[in-house]
Design a protein. Structure first.
Length: 91
């Protein structure tokens, strides 16, 4: 039985790195999640702190799962929320 050396040791360009396949990653940092969603990291952190978007906390560290990211996308695909302004007082 002969073994194919290329099969045992693939070329450097053929190797798959975890960074090349982000969908297989279990948890994302706020910076990674913001990049994938094209949002500001500060927005993600603020909304997570207010518990307005799903997230995971590991001790003091904030993380987002793929399901969390999908939920954020689905939640954002609706109509924008209207802010209610307070009445201006006339003096």
């Amino acid at each position: 039985m002969t073994s194919d050396p290329e099969r045992l040791h693939p070329a450097e360009g053929d190797r798959r790195d975890e960074r090349d396949q982000p969908d297989e990653q279990l948890l994302y940092t706020p910076a990674q999640a913001a990049e994938r969603l094209s949002l500001k990291e500060s927005w993600l952190r603020r909304k997570a702190g207010l518990r307005e978007i799903p997230c995971n906390r590991q001790g003091k560290h904030l993380r987002f799962s793929a399901a969390d990211l999908q939920s954020i996308v689905n939640k954002g695909s609706g109509a924008p929320e209207r802010r209610q302004r307070g009445r201006r007082r006339r003096h």
